[in-house]
Design a protein around this ligand. Structure first.
Ligand code: URA
Length: 188
């Protein structure tokens, strides 16, 4: 068993915060653990909880479309969340829940060591890039975080609710492709 599998196995029996009580499945992460590009969302929703995989609902379908726009597919990147268990009624994960869960994400980052990180939405950007992240002003801007170049985009669920944000996301996706061509050896 490789290191990421060991971490996953340990995570699957995690009971370090109250979210464990109502989960159906832990949603650890999916994709290519050797990828140079990692996407980080905030936490599982209903479909993810039921299937044990990140971004498998409507937002996930849109994420797949976004990846396709820059000639990628989910099997070529790694996708994880800040919290691994579904918050009730899809509320934002509480600070205590994020803190309790943080070491799992840090372990994933330590093993995968992505060159680029894309945070999906404000919660992930605040957790990974900086606590006072302003998604409307700072999406598409590159930062250094977790040993990588990191940027945030609008969360796909926000793009489903508000299509007027989509053109800006298209610009961000192009910036992602340009940065990937610049710093990654194996994506393009
Ligand atoms: N939203 C997230 O942030 N993560 C998922 O896995 C699904 C929806």
């Amino acid at each position: 068993m490789d290191r990421l599998d060991e971490i996953r196995q340990a995570c699957l029996s995690c009971r370090e915060c109250p979210l464990c009580r109502e989960r159906t499945n832990v949603v650890f992460g999916t994709g290519d653990p050797t990828s140079e590009l990692m996407f980080i969302g905030e936490g599982p929703g209903e479909n993810e909880d039921l299937q044990g995989e990140p971004f498998v609902g409507a937002a996930g379908k849109l994420l797949d479309d976004m990846l396709e726009m820059i000639d990628l597919e989910r099997s070529r990147v790694y996708i994880a969340n800040v919290v691994k268990c579904r918050p009730p009624r899809n509320r934002d994960p509480l600070n205590e829940e994020q803190k309790a869960c943080r070491h799992w994400l840090d372990s994933q980052l330590a093993v995968i060591r992505p060159k680029l990180i894309v945070c999906l939405g404000r919660i992930a950007a605040a957790a990974v890039i900086k606590p006072d992240f302003k998604i409307t002003r700072e999406h598409g801007v590159w930062f250094n975080a977790a040993g990588a170049r990191a940027m945030a985009m609008y969360h796909p669920a926000a793009l489903l609710r508000d299509v007027s944000k989509r053109p800006e996301t298209f610009v961000d996706l192009r910036a992602l492709r340009a940065e990937a061509k610049r710093v990654c050896q194996r994506l393009y």
